[in-house]
Design a protein around this ligand. Structure first.
Ligand code: ADP
Length: 246
């Protein structure tokens, strides 16, 4: 079985400014990986490298056994960016239209069949936003909007979901529900890569943790991370560690 993501010796700089330094990281299919590190430590950059949104200066990245720059099945990858919770920039489409977009590649970019429409219905139902299907995405709350993005990924039958601080600006209750949804998607076999600043959420939910600050400080199961000194090493005295107690 090929890994969902295989990163080998990847470095990337914005001009002279190094953001990711010689990171090697393999994420197995079905894993729930929490990607943590202080502000500006390269988490978003590493996620963008995984998704082929940046090309590494050196090293290699494979998605499901194929070099990321040759990977064509974009519908297998769902991405919820940091901007997903903000209203600005969202197209004035309805929730149903947005989720339907996730089905276009499967429908050959033609008219959706009844079976495709049913998959859209199921996706809306799984994330519990069926009642919002005719609302415009830019009129949703942050939490509802994330669910719409997840539903779009489900409609496209994504195998990998990459999420960049998906609950910023989402209230505590919706946040808990959102993470329960992620857990159940992961249980159904979807690989999850989650950037989250709240270490408590990550240690509660993730199977594995990668802790970075330009370099990879730790990659292993959650228990070995908690017992290691990677957190202190990567965060130094920045005082940025967030522990959220339930
Ligand atoms: P994180 O997601 O951990 O907060 P980022 O990957 O966003 O970190 O950023 C890593 C580093 O790269 C930071 O020093 C940031 O200022 C810098 N950086 C991020 N995006 C750009 C960009 N588009 N141009 C120049 N520098 C950038």
């Amino acid at each position: 079985m090929s890994a969902a993501v295989d990163i080998q010796n990847v470095s990337f700089a914005y001009g002279e400014s190094v953001a990711v330094r010689d990171v090697s990281l393999t994420i197995d299919e079905g894993d729930f990986l929490g990607l943590i590190g202080p502000n500006g430590s390269g988490k978003t950059t590493l996620l963008h490298l995984m998704l082929g949104l940046h090309s590494p200066d050196s090293g290699s990245i494979d998605l499901f056994g194929e070099p990321v720059d040759e990977f064509e099945a974009g519908e297998r990858i769902g991405y919820v960016s940091q901007q997903a919770t903000s209203r600005g920039g969202t197209m004035p489409v309805t929730v149903r239209e947005a989720v339907t977009m996730g089905r276009f590649a499967h429908a050959g970019f033609g008219r959706l069949s009844d079976a495709d429409e049913e998959i859209v219905d199921d996706a809306l139902e799984t994330v519990d936003i069926s009642d919002l299907e005719n609302r415009r995405v830019n009129q949703l709350s942050g939490g509802q909007r994330q669910r719409a993005y997840i539903a779009r990924a489900l409609a496209s039958e994504a195998d990998l979901l990459a999420l960049d601080e998906p609950t910023v600006g989402v209230d505590a209750e919706s946040r808990d529900e959102f993470y329960q949804l992620l857990d159940s998607l992961n249980d159904s076999g979807i690989t999850i890569v989650l950037i989250e600043h709240d270490i408590g959420v990550v240690t509660d939910r993730a199977d594995h943790i990668a802790c970075i600050n330009q370099e990879l400080y730790h990659h292993g199961d959650t228990e070995s991370f908690v017992e290691s000194d990677a957190l202190a090493a990567a965060y130094g005295s920045t005082g940025q560690v967030v522990h959220h107690h339930h």
